[in-house]
Each structure stands twice: as structure tokens, then as C-alpha cells.
Design a protein around this ligand. Structure first.
Ligand code: NI
Length: 429
């Protein structure tokens, strides 16, 4: 049935003004926006439409989180004070060896539910045991771009991971709101000839690629962006996470190849990697988006916090250097552009991916149309009122209407404690 969202304030895009508008949604698409939708006889209209009165609510495009590892909510709170290499090789990788599809299902489910409650409607993920994650996506309704993380240890291991990617592609691509791409973990875990192989595969399957790039400073001694460019990888649609330690020459290559950068300020600070040169990249017109990274290095999946932090960090160069709208573009339009989807704006013919905010949150006082954009970026709330994806409610007033599983918390914790027991045993504790 068609839906009419009435009497709400609407912010259509980062650069628009907030206006009172009604939104008509047919199936998964926004079909009409009007400052006064024509209402026929009330009885008749209720047969044809579901009507929602959103007086004193603000409707914004759903947020796009372009870098995370969904199942890592299982590892939230591990290794708070470690460097990236120490954290990754001593705490994460050995635990990841113990994962299975059941664990990644519940880990991903918990992460997705957290994100839906915060108005995040699209997510780009890279991890392992991705069938578990794909099932969690299917059960919650989030829009997801999934990749099986790829690293090279030996030829058999590499082949198995490529086969898992192809399996995921063949079984989940363009189904259940999922797109499947390629996820080479990083140039220090994927040698250049393997990146070459991936660039050919991404071309063949006509899909996106996502990779960690220059996250930590010691990576500068391990590879160069010039080498990666030669592999042909950047000829595909690529989202590069982090890019903290890029110099001006690197930025020129990123800009020339239209590689999107996923900026993850909280994770970069928590792992002590530094602050990405966002202003320099914007000067070169690089498409910048925002990511939370996994819950193990953030520890929340709150894109509101990332917007605020990204803005504050860049303002350390001068408050006029980074505008409120720039932060909003990073969670909306820039993400839609990166993923080549009609998302990140409220516009006719765009996907009905929306977040509804109750303006009766103290964080949003005073409720003054001229100040709401500032509240969005600098006064983050913890939960939205409702979240819609593809015209369907996936979160509404504290409930998850699509979710059938009721004991996800019990199952998540049981699996988590079993995993920790195994991990301790494997270390001989
Ligand atoms: Ni990451």
C-alpha cells in the first residue's frame, strides 16, 4: 500500500532548506513531495493509503555508513589501548579463527539493530563468514554492500576466499537488498599481483571493491599508491577506507581515479592512527564519505558521532574551513554517489530510505528551522523515532517490525561467552 507521511519538517538534502512537506511513497520509491498534498475524501484515502501524521518530527535521508565490519560487535571492548598491529594480530585475528556463520549472524544482527535505531539505512561491510551476515541483512531489511575480506597466505587459502566471494555473489547479489563486491583487506595483506586479479574479477562481475588504505603510518614503508594504480584496481568503483597517511601525490591519484574515501575518525583516533587530511582531499575534489569501522575499534556504530567528530577535527584548522553541510553530504549524497544508488536524498524517484526524528529531544531544542541542521551535526541524539528502508519500516518507536527472532540477546551472549572461553583455551590460559 502507498504511504503518506504528513505534516513533518523535511530536509531533502545537505544543501536544501528545511520545509514542511508531505511525502508520498509507492512501494520502495518516493513518488511525490508536496508542501500541501491534495487530500480527497478522508474515508476514501484511508482505503488506498497508510497515513502517518508526523507533526513535530523531522524527516531526513537515511545515513550511509561506508565502512564497517558488522560481526565485530562480538569484539566490542577488546584491546582498548593497543596499536593497530598489536590489536589486529594478537586480539582480532586469533579470535576470527574461531568464528562461524552462527557467530557472524548474531554479531551482524546486533550491529544492524544498533544502526537502524540511529537512522543508518545503508552499510558497506567487509568480513568473513559472510553468509551469516547476509542472513542478518535479510532478516532486518538494511541495505547492504557486502564483501568477503580477502588476504593472501597461500594459494589454497586465497582460492578458497575468492570462491567464497563468488558463492556470495551468485547467491545474494541483487537479492534481499544486498549487493556483493570484492573486499581485498589491505595492500599489506594482498600482494600487488593479487590486487591485479581482483581488479579483473571486479570488472568481470561489474561490481564495487572496498579496501583499507594507508590506515597506519608504517604502511607507507610497505607499498605505494602508484603501485596500486598500476594493478588497474582503481579503474573499478572503489571505496578506500581511512587514507590517513596519504600525501599530496597520493591524493592526486585518488582524485584522478575517482576513488571514494571512507573517513572513520573515531576508529583512526582510537587506534592511534591519526587524522586523515580531509581538507586537502576536499581541495582535490575527492568524494569523502563517513564510516564507523567495526564496533571493536570505535566502539559505537553511531554515524551521528562520526559527523560531529569529523567536523570538529577539521575545524581545528580554522572554524570556517569545514561547513555544516559538508558533514551532511558525507553521510548522504556522497555515499549515494559512491555506491551508484538513488539514495542519500529525499527526492522524487529516489529510494524511500528515511530517518524520522522526534523533535521533542532536548538535543534538538530550540526547535527552530534555521538551527536544525546545526543540531543534526553538532548535537547528536542516540536514537531516532523511526527508520524506513525501501518504503518499509525497519525500526519504529523502539520496535523492529521485520525482525522475527526474539531471543537475539540471549543467543548473542551465549555464543560470545563460548567464543571467549575457546580463545582463552587456545592461549593456554
Ligand atoms: Ni576497517
Amino acid at each position: 500500500m502507498k504511504k503518506i507521511l504528513k505534516n513533518a519538517y523535511v530536509l531533502m538534502s545537505a544543501d536544501a532548506d528545511i520545509k514542511k512537506m508531505d511525502i508520498l511513497i509507492d512501494d520502495d520509491i518516493i513518488v511525490e513531495l508536496s508542501d500541501q498534498m491534495y487530500i480527497e475524501d478522508k474515508e476514501k484515502i484511508e482505503d488506498k493509503y497508510e497515513i502517518y501524521d508526523f507533526t513535530n518530527k523531522l524527516i531526513i535521508p537515511g545515513f550511509i555508513n561506508t565502512h564497517t565490519h558488522l560481526a565485530m560487535s562480538l569484539f566490542r571492548g577488546i584491546g582498548d589501548d593497543l596499536t593497530l598491529q598489536n590489536w589486529l594480530f594478537n586480539e582480532m585475528f586469533p579470535r576470527e579463527d574461531l568464528l562461524n556463520d552462527d557467530l557472524t549472524y548474531y554479531g551482524s544482527l546486533v550491529s544492524i539493530l544498533e544502526m537502524l535505531s540511529k537512522g543508518i539505512t545503508t552499510v558497506v561491510d567487509m568480513y568473513l563468514f559472510m553468509e551469516g551476515t547476509a542472513r542478518a541483512v535479510k532478516d532486518t531489511g538494511i541495505r547492504a554492500f557486502l564483501t568477503r575480506g580477502l588476504g593472501y597466505d597461500n594459494d589454497d587459502g586465497w582460492k578458497r576466499r575468492i570462491d567464497e566471494t563468488i558463492y556470495l555473489f551468485e547467491n545474494y547479489h541483487n537479492k534481499y537488498n544486498i549487493k556483493v563486491g570484492f573486499g581485498p583487506h589491505a595492500p599489506y595483506t594482498c600482494p600487488m599481483n593479487k590486487l591485479e586479479e581482483i581488479s579483473e574479477l571486479a570488472k568481470k562481475y561489474n561490481t564495487f571493491t572496498t579496501i583499507h588504505l594507508y590506515e597506519s603510518v608504517n604502511e607507507r614503508e610497505m607499498y605505494s599508491i602508484q603501485e596500486i594504480e598500476k594493478t588497474g584496481l582503481f579503474k573499478n568503483n572503489v571505496i578506500a577506507a581511512h587514507c590517513v597517511h596519504v600525501d599530496e601525490e597520493d591524493i592526486k591519484i585518488i582524485a584522478k581515479n575517482e576513488v571514494t574515501v571512507a573517513h572513520n575518525p573515531s576508529s583512526n583516533l582510537k587506534l592511534g592512527n591519526g587524522i586523515a587530511p580531509i581538507l586537502k582531499m576536499l581541495e582535490h575534489e575527492v568524494n569523502i564519505t563517513l564510516g564507523t569501522d567495526g564496533a571493536a575499534s570505535n566502539n559505537t556504530l553511531n554515524l551521528w558521532e562520526e559527523m560531529r567528530l569529523a567536523s570538529l577535527l577539521q575545524k581545528s584548522n580554522g572554524p570556517e574551513k569545514f561547513k555544516t553541510e559538508e558533514a551532511l553530504r558525507m553521510v548522504w549524497e556522497n555515499g549515494g554517489y559512491a555506491l551508484n544508488e538513488k539514495i542519500g536524498r529525499i527526492e522524487e524517484e529516489y529510494k524511500a530510505d528515511l530517518a524520522i526524528i522526534d523533535l521533542n529531544n532536548f538535543e534538538f531544542y530550540p526547535i527552530d528551522l534555521n538551527r536544525l541542521k546545526s543540531h543534526l551535526v553538532y548535537s547528536p541524539i542516540n536514537k531516532v523515532y523511526a527508520t524506513m528502508i525501501n518504503g518499509e519500516w525497519v525500526y519504529y518507536d523502539g520496535e523492529y517490525p521485520k525482525l522475527k527472532e526474539s531471543d537475539y540477546s540471549g543467543k548473542f551472549h551465549k555464543l560470545y561467552f563460548d567464543l571467549e572461553k575457546k580463545f582463552k583455551k587456545s592461549k593456554g590460559e
